[in-house]
Design a protein around this ligand. Structure first.
Ligand SMILES: O=C(O)CCC(=O)C(=O)O
Ligand SMILES: [Fe+2]
Length: 347
């Protein structure tokens, strides 16, 4: 961490440089993801036409009559998929003033059974709105394109960390585990609250965030100031999740961020893609070369938020906390067990 030079802004990285001048790109990547934990990514190769389709169909979904949206309400899904009304999701126990759809990997549900690990309940079908059939094909293409982009980024991280470029293969090989959230933050007049989403770190490996036009995302700097990550056309905001921090023993940084409710009379649209690890994976702890190890700060342990090396257990912990209505209706038996879980030792 560069203690002497607190960050002022979020750096912009051009991924096409990885092909033309890998040494320069990797040094920018290391710096950005170690000092800040956040960067803009341009030159990513995702077609603008697909980006436009995703944003336009997301807008059309939120404009549907409420009854059409409630048809796919998340509380109907034991797998935490579907629509949440404004104020239904919690961050650290406080309401987030946003409406959203959660879309995960498409896979058949695993029948519940005593001998199954609890995370198997996370796997299952998505809920798609009947009133907007275009959403499914567009979002499935988005899943596939963003998974490939995240895989390319993880390979760049592997090389930057002086590992075999396939060291993260367990994360993206087979059926990768990802979650898309399509989010709309209503303006202050509609919410009466500042909290679009409360301050948090992302729990997976990598997050790729598409922002429409309205700002609101803020990143916490070392000195406690909040730095705006306003939308920049043609870019994604990329940030490190807690699992990538864990596997690098804190060399890469999961940074706290939040979204502030947009001004009265406006709203804000964003589409987040979270790459996790397959639910049955144990995340690898990397053996960094000594000169990198010397700069690894260790992970931040929070007794209120234990980190598990098992990906499914980790995801389930986050989902049960964020969606108490789904937890109460479908997983009451797990809620008590959750609190007895142990903090992982990264040693
Ligand atoms: O909507 C955004 O800009 C960010 C949302 C976010 O941080 C999250 O859902 O984890
Ligand atoms: Fe986040």
């Amino acid at each position: 961490m560069s203690k002497n030079t607190p960050i002022q802004s979020i750096p912009i990285l051009d991924f096409s440089l990885f092909e033309t001048d890998p040494t320069a790109f990797l040094s920018q990547l290391k710096r950005a993801s170690r000092d800040v934990g956040f960067f803009y990514l341009s030159g990513h190769g995702i077609p603008q036409s697909l980006i436009d389709d995703v944003l336009a169909s997301s807008r059309r979904f939120f404009a549907l009559p409420e009854a059409d949206k409630l048809e796919i309400e998340m509380v109907n899904s034991p797998h935490f998929r579907g629509y949440n009304r404004v104020g239904q999701e919690l961050t650290k126990g406080q309401r987030d003033w946003r409406e959203q759809i959660d879309i995960g990997s498409e896979a058949p549900a695993i029948p519940f059974g005593k001998d199954q690990p609890a995370w198997t309940r996370l796997q299952g079908p998505n809920l798609w709105p009947r009133a907007l059939p275009e959403l499914k094909p567009i979002l499935l293409e988005w899943q596939s394109e963003l998974t490939k982009l995240a895989e390319r980024l993880l390979k760049a991280f592997a090389v930057a960390l002086e590992q075999d470029r396939n060291v993260f293969e367990t994360i993206y090989a087979g059926q990768p585990n990802h979650l898309i959230k399509i989010i709309r933050y209503p303006g202050r007049d509609a919410t009466g609250s500042e909290q679009g989403v409360g301050a948090h770190k992302d729990s997976g490996f990598l997050t790729l965030l598409l922002q429409e036009k309205q700002k609101g995302l803020e990143v916490e700097a070392e000195d406690g100031r909040w730095i705006e990550a306003e939308p920049r056309e043609g870019t994604f905001v990329v940030n490190i999740g807690e699992l990538l921090e864990l596997v690098t023993d804190g060399y890469l940084k999961a940074t706290v961020h939040r979204v502030v409710t947009p001004p009265a009379g406006t709203d804000r649209l964003s589409v987040a893609f979270f790459l996790g690890a397959p639910f049955d994976a144990e995340v690898p702890l990397l053996d960094l070369p000594s000169h990198l190890k010397a700069q690894a700060g260790g992970i931040t342990r929070d007794p209120q938020n234990p980190l598990f090396r098992n990906s499914g257990q980790n995801t389930l912990k986050s989902r049960l906390r964020s969606h108490p209505d789904v937890a109460a209706r479908h997983h009451a038996d797990l809620v008590a067990a959750q609190t007895r879980a142990e903090v992982v030792s990264a040693a």
